[in-house]
Design a binder for this molecule. Sequence first.
Ligand SMILES: Nc1ncnc2c1ncn2[C@@H]1O[C@H](COP(=O)(O)OP(=O)(O)OP(=O)(O)O)[C@@H](O)[C@H]1O
Ligand SMILES: [Mg+2]
Length: 330
Amino acid sequence: MACVVSIINLKGGVGKSTLAMLIAEYLVFKFLKRVLLIDMDAQGNLTYCMVPENDIQKQRKTERTIFHLLKSALEGYSVRINDYITQPPLIISNVERSSLPKNMIPGTLHMVISLPDVAQLDDRLIQLWEENKPIPLGLRQALRQAIEPVKKDYDFVLIDCPPGLSLFSSTALFASDYFVSPVIPEPLSMQGVELVQTRASELNRRGAKIEFRGVILNVVKHYRRTHQRMAKSLYEGEGSEMYHPFKWWVPDSELIRKLGEYDLEWLTPTGRINQFSPKFGSIEGKYGASATPLTNPSDGPLSRGEEEGKHYRLVERLERLVNEFQDRCG
Ligand SMILES: Nc1ncnc2c1ncn2[C@@H]1O[C@H](COP(=O)(O)OP(=O)(O)OP(=O)(O)O)[C@@H](O)[C@H]1O
Ligand SMILES: [Mg+2]
């Protein structure tokens, strides 16, 4: 049975979509898991990272997006996620399955995409309100009900949430067993997590069953004093019990930034049409370039010791992070 995990923080730009992408890809291509990825954000960042433009337009025409699912629910229909999953033969992710060794059959990677249309839902809600019509009570539970029948077909359902607390994030939380929150270790960065925790407790009082499974430190500048201080309080101070930080943090990385901005041109010298050329032959091909090895996190907050301890490259750190994710959320 799949575990449903929301990747959520009230704060924008902390790496929710980036972590959703890389966790999903590692789960599928490294750990051979079956993953359903749901983009709940009207910005569609994750969608554009995972699916070629042509296919996105196909899904729009055939009305298979998270917007259409929620719209249907808003109109009072009962919805099934299968009707909204992108249809084969779609390419989800630019890591190539065909290039994996024959004895490694890659897991499933399916997706429900999002498009800017999602924003129109707010207008519809206001319209109902203006016309004095009731907003369907079950709307927040729509995603949970839609996912239930396919939980047996996946190991993980990952939901990339939008920033802010909206109907979308509540709907995602309601459908989730767990949530994890990416944070950049800077002052005030934990406020967004606290507000999500409060919202989760409220929803739990109304029938949801969501558990917090920790913060993932992201865009970490291990050489910066503010980041070191914040990490110290999270790993060794009061924060450790409350925020339960993942041992494996993600450094500030030019490679990750470029992958998130579809700025892949620098990776291959030849012509390319969209973000899906180039393709990457493997997880190592996508995440293995560049990045100086950093020391083991257990060497202390943000492991400054350059000489001591075991060093890990980015691609290895991410593998360990996703391993930890499976331990916590599996
Ligand atoms: N570890 C990292 N190192 C460097 N850049 C990163 C890292 N993680 C994310 N980024 C970059 O930071 C930016 C924001 O990341 P992302 O879009 O994943 O955040 P988000 O929380 O999903 O944002 P939003 O709230 O707008 O949905 C992107 O340009 C991404 O490429
Ligand atoms: Mg995002």
